[in-house]
Design a protein around this ligand. Structure first.
Ligand code: 8GP
Length: 833
């Protein structure tokens, strides 16, 4: 940009910072320097891995400079910060994201070209950081991006899993799990900080000492584990701050027992080390269900104790033992109940280690903590047996009893005097055959704010999940609708669409996503429609190649691409989609002239390894796909593809190519959904139920630009109250009966009759808990409307554009602003440099 041209542009920060901070030539020098100096190789010999590493290290120089400046700024102003505690951070790949956020993408491409390397190929060398299962973990990752971009002081705290979510393969259509090894040979983005290691205690017993006026409890731990932090820098967009994600790795305190070793116990000498390292070994692959294992509780406590100790250390560095500012400077967000143990842990630290009075410590906790609920599914509400607590965390059990006692005798009794049933109902301890600690109750009692993740979900948290808590504290329960970062989920993953948008509205839309509204005026413009759909088609061509590479299946980019990507769960109803595919297939076989737009149904989903029905649904999709894709009678009108190993980097390829977004959960079950937002932002039309954030998406886009169908939350409740009988649908709907019986034959599994019968079984004898059959007809009708609309290219293009244009609300920056306004009350501190 010449000086004159620049002068004409409005002097926005975005416009000025958009310039790359380095020339291609200088960057080449840095890459070569790392190739030779850090990787110990040279241009002619280097593998793509080595090039990717050298490029990442070169970029890291900019990242680290930003990190240092940010940290200096934070300590200079003694900033209030939010500490985001989460068992999961589903980060995906970092190179592309960091390049975009630093405005280094184009210059890096040019630099590498000059070195005979292709940036797109190198990006594929990076393993995904899959330290999460699904929505909850990816939300945490989007939030970190927004916090850094908005210059808000924040630290993400989690676990440095050696193995993230398993790698999924298909063997004869069945899911096979293989361990993920994202950092087997080290990861260029992380920095180990041994100087900030912490000791975490476990097991043992509690002694009561009667020395002063009040008896003192002393916890004699049975084991001590070392927690070693690894920091991942989180780069904000457009020259903003660089925050950190701090992940704890577990290690043995006595690394190696020489005495045992010397005495001949070679294996025993390593046993303690192996046990200690087990804690951060692997991510639990369960989504929405309670793992219910001792190791899981220990994982939770391990990272919470290390994080609380780290927060306290940071605070004391500036304030010593003067605790008055603690609640002014520290906010701790609990991402679901998984980190709830941080509440009694902070109590323990303040009371046992710093001799604070109970009342003062509790006052601090209640100001500091807040909790986000991500699901209403009863099986996901964590409970631990009192027995397990007694064994692993005896001192914390004491503290929880005390919290509970105060809560029941003061708050509950004041509100409902003498009501023992209410006390039992609200108690943190569930009485019964086996006494349990209810982590949800602990989280609500210990937090000053509790939020759901979409309006309808937050309403249900108030009315169905925690109605009495809502009565007790009408201000406590609130809503923050989820969001997604438009940097990764539009700018980086869909460069063609981003470039088209840049031509029409201010280029700072990745910061101010509401500006996309400017595209509404273009929705009827034939030229813009063409350009928009041309981008979609090019993205589909890319995906066609990827599908072929991954599965060998050939699909046409002229077909309608219908996408359902999310964890495999009955409530998400991939099997509803499957039944409809079977119905279409049957209609085509009955009548080869059956009029339908050629369609490719695309799936991506992992099933929890122990969730048998979910795995059967994957198997069924693959088997049905095999049969349909090879059936020449249907003239290629129908294709079904399940891509293996669905993960963040695969989502980034599928989403830009989607025409239709499947969001078909049973109403009341999907707390929010975030894939729905990503797909709509990239111009896919939603076919969905009135559930979670679909409701808000439809509000924003307008009902004409989505296909809403099916039972509402109230209708599902009414149906349950009346008594639901799936046979009503099986007996009276010929098509439903035919496709269910088809699944029970050997048509899709030759020689293995009944191999897919478990689905039919769950929908009939199993009572169809997620109302698949009740919603089938409405879904099929809505799909008919999708087909009809797609034939009208203009109407479709218009709706696709309007979807993209109206998704501004779902910017995760807006979510974070809501957290700041309603819960955290933080101030932004752009870094001094
Ligand atoms: C998910 C919800 O299912 C989804 O609707 C929501 O959009 C997302 O959280 C973010 O709020 N819940 C989970 O991923 C979840 O509960 N995972 C848990 C145990 C790992």
């Amino acid at each position: 940009v010449t000086k004159k041209a620049a002068a004409k542009k409005p002097a926005t920060k975005a416009a000025s910072a958009r310039k790359a901070p380095v020339t291609a030539k200088a960057l080449q020098g840095k890459i070569i320097q790392h190739l030779r100096g850090t990787q110990g190789t040279y241009e002619e010999k280097a593998t793509p891995q080595a090039w990717w590493r050298a490029t990442s290290f070169a970029v890291n120089e900019f990242v680290m400079a930003g990190l240092t400046d940010t940290q200096k700024t934070h300590s200079r102003y003694d900033t209030r910060a939010v500490n985001y505690l989460s068992m999961e951070f589903l980060m995906g790949r970092l190179l592309s994201n960091n390049l975009h956020n630093l405005h280094l993408f184009d210059v890096t491409r040019a630099a590498l070209e000059g070195l005979g390397q292709n940036l797109d190929d190198l990006l594929e060398e990076e393993p995904d950081m899959a330290l999460g299962n699904g929505g909850l973990g990816r939300l945490a990752a989007c939030f970190l991006d927004s916090l850094a971009t908005m210059n808000l002081p924040a630290v993400g705290y989690g676990i440095h899993y050696e193995h993230g979510l398993f790698e999924q393969h298909f063997r004869d259509g069945r899911q096979i799990e293989r361990p993920d090894a994202w950092r087997e040979y080290g990861n260029p983005w992380e920095v180990c900080r041994p100087e900030s290691a912490q000791q975490v205690k476990l097991y043992g017993y509690v002694e009561t000492r009667y020395e002063g006026a009040t008896p003192k409890k002393v916890w004699h731990a049975g084991r001590t584990i070392k927690a070693v932090p690894w920091d991942i820098p989180i780069v904000g967009y457009d020259g903003a701050n660089v925050n950190i994600l701090r992940l704890w790795e577990s290690r043995a305190t006595n690394f190696f027992d020489w005495d045992v070793f010397n005495a001949g116990g070679y294996v025993d000498a390593q046993a303690e080390q192996a046990q200690a390292e087990t804690i951060s070994k692997v991510l639990y692959p369960n989504d929405e269900t309670d793992a219910g294992k001792e190791l899981r509780l220990i994982q939770q406590y391990f990272f919470c104790a290390a994080s609380v100790a780290d927060i306290v250390r940071r605070y004391r560095r500036a304030h010593g033992d003067d605790w008055t500012s603690f609640p002014k400077l520290v906010a701790i967000q609990l991402n679901d109940t998984h980190p709830a143990i941080a509440i009694p842990e902070l109590m323990r630290v303040l009371i046992d280690d710093y001799d604070m009075a109970w009342k003062d410590a509790w006052g601090i906790c209640q100001q500091v903590f807040s909790y986000t609920n991500h699901t209403l599914l009863p099986e996901a509400l964590e409970k631990w047996t009192v027995r397990l607590f007694e064994k692993v965390l005896p001192r914390h059990l004491d503290i929880i009893y005390d919290i509970n006692h105060q809560f029941l005798t003061q708050q509950v009794d004041a509100q409902w005097p003498g009501d023992d049933a209410m006390k039992q109902h609200l108690s943190i301890i569930e009485e019964g055959h086996e006494r349990m600690v209810r982590m949800g109750h602990l989280s609500v009692v210990g937090s000053h704010k509790v939020n759901g993740v979409a309006q309808v979900h937050s309403d249900l948290v108030r009315t169905d999940l925690f109605p009495e808590f809502h009565e007790l504290w009408p201000e406590k329960l609130t809503n923050v609708t989820n969001g997604i970062t438009p940097r990764r989920w539009l700018k980086a993953c869909n460069p063609r669409l981003a470039a088209l948008i840049d031509q029409h509205i201010d280029a700072d839309w990745p910061l101010h996503l509401d500006k996309l509204k400017g595209l509404i005026a273009k929705a009827d413009d034939a030229k813009f429609q063409q350009a928009f759909m041309a981008v979609k088609r090019e993205n589909k061509v890319d995906l066609v190649a990827e599908i072929h590479r991954l599965t060998g299946i050939e699909v046409s980019p002229d077909a309608l691409f219908d996408v359902q990507i999310k964890r495999l769960h009955e409530y998400k109803r991939q099997h509803l989609n499957l039944l409809h595919i079977l119905a279409l297939y049957r209609r085509l076989l009955d009548n080869p002239e059956y009029n339908m737009v050629p369609r490719v149904f695309l799936f991506g989903a992992k099933a929890a390894p122990g969730y048998h029905l979910a795995k059967d649904i994957i198997f069924a999709i693959n088997k049905v796909a095999e049969r349909i894709n090879n059936d020449s009678r249907i003239g290629g009108k129908l294709k079904v593809v399940m891509l293996p190993n669905y993960r963040v980097s695969l989502a980034e390829k599928m989403i830009p190519a989607a025409d239709v977004s499947e969001q078909i959960s049973t109403a009341g079950k999907e707390a929010s959904g975030t894939g729905n937002m990503k797909l709509a932002l990239n111009g896919a039309l939603t076919i969905g139920t009135l559930d979670g954030a679909n409701i808000e998406i439809a509000e924003e886009a307008g009902a004409d630009h989505c296909f809403i169908f099916g039972l509402t939350v109230d209708e599902v409740k009414a149906l349950n109250a009346r008594g639901y009988n799936p046979y009503d649908f099986y007996d009276h709907d010929e098509e439903i009966r035919a496709v269910l019986d088809w699944l029970d034959s050997d048509y899709f599994t030759p020689g293995q009759p009944g191999a897919l019968a478990s689905i039919k079984h769950s929908l009939l004898q199993g009572g169809d808990p997620y109302k698949v059959l009740a919603d089938f007809r409405a879904y099929s009708d809505a799909q008919r409307n999708v087909d009809e609309k797609y034939r009208d290219g203009t109407a479709w293009a218009r709706s696709a554009i309007i979807n993209t244009a109206t998704m501004g609300k779902f910017n995760s920056d807006r979510s974070i602003q809501d957290y700041v306004d309603r819960i955290w009350h933080l101030k932004a501190y752009p870094r001094d440099n």
